[in-house]
Design a protein around this ligand. Structure first.
Ligand code: NAD
Length: 292
């Protein structure tokens, strides 16, 4: 029997509904909606699509999302002074800079300039360090957090399970591996230097297999143990412009117990987690104001 589909859209809707209730209660208590400021440089079409998705979700949830669209040739100094201004603005709860940035700007320096309390993307060193130390401070990055929620929705206990993550980026692979470790899985990270034959052998051990390589069909049926949970983070464009993941969906579904589709899997969950982090930032901000 083919594996069950993990419906990211449906799960994202229930999370957004919870966020909507929390945002409405916040508005009642504080006299304003939680606020998210989004900085975007240039007109990269994919970035525009992602930002549009974030604004639409904010509207559904009742988050006051503001855009700061700057030309691609904005200097790093000007970008940092905008971030400084938003850091100081007490009306701003969450702040993110859409990646990737143009080549003349250091993404690391820009992310480091964001006040950790407003770092709803969870990319700041403070958030990364808190995750590594297993502490509740900072924010967890949205995509790995969304993957963990999808896995939780299967009801499978991760304790003692073999989890394999394909990809070691700072925004997906590494934080996801830490979150799986926190859930007591035995975790292996593979990457572009893992030889292809070895990759297949390692993946076949996985009870939980997560593909975040940005490489179509990097996971085939041969990579998958029967009954595994397969999560596809990849977002790639086919030659005819269609969105596809990293997993060869139909043959892999025949072996998997659960699988995420692309689109409709991890993508909507990433946005729902951004909404959750933003509401959380506003609530923490409210508590900090009360402490004075
Ligand atoms: P990245 O390019 O920063 O990292 C890719 C990682 O995959 C690297 O660590 C690399 O070593 C590894 N890799 C590449 N080819 C490989 C191969 N053949 N075998 C094994 N490992 C390989 O990308 P990223 O930002 O981590 O994103 C990964 C994918 O996830 C992309 O397709 C991206 O578009 C997608 N993504 C989706 C969402 C979402 O919300 N659905 C969010 C973020 C990223």
């Amino acid at each position: 029997m083919p594996g069950a589909i993990m419906d990211g859209r449906a799960l994202a809707r229930t999370i957004e509904e919870d966020c909507r209730r929390r945002a409405a209660a916040y508005r009642q208590r504080c006299g304003r909606a939680p606020r998210l400021d989004v900085v975007l440089l240039g007109d990269d079409p994919a970035s525009r699509v992602y930002v549009r998705g974030k604004f639409r979700a904010s509207e559904r949830v009742g988050i006051d999302a503001r855009d700061h669209f700057l030309p691609a040739d904005t200097s790093e100094a000007d970008l940092k002074s905008l971030i400084e201004r938003l850091n100081r603005d007490d009306a701003v709860d969450g702040l993110l800079v859409q990646l990737p940035l143009p080549g003349h700007i250091s993404g690391n320096a820009v992310i480091a300039a964001i006040r950790p309390e407003k770092d709803v993307d969870g990319f700041h060193m403070h958030s990364a360090g808190a995750l590594m130390m297993g502490r509740g401070e900072g924010f967890r990055p949205c995509t790995p957090l969304g993957v963990m929620r999808l896995i939780a929705s299967t009801g499978i206990d991760l304790c003692g399970k073999e989890a394999v993550v394909i990809g070691r980026s700072n925004i997906v692979g590494k934080p996801l591996a830490l979150m799986l470790l926190e859930a007591n899985a035995t975790v292996t990270i593979t990457h572009s230097r893992t030889p292809a034959a070895k990759l297949e052998e390692i993946c076949r051990r996985a009870d939980i297999l997560i593909a975040a390589a940005g490489c179509p069909k990097v996971v085939t049926a041969q990579h998958v143990k029967r009954g595994a949970v397969v999560v596809d983070v990849g977002m790639n464009r086919t030659a005819d412009g269609k969105l596809c993941g990293d997993v060869d969906f139909e043959p892999v579904r025949e072996r998997a117990a659960f699988i995420t589709p692309v689109p409709g899997g991890v993508g909507p969950m990433t946005i729902a987690m951004l909404m959750q982090n933003t509401v959380e930032a506003a609530e923490r901000h409210e508590k900090a104001r009360a402490r004075g």
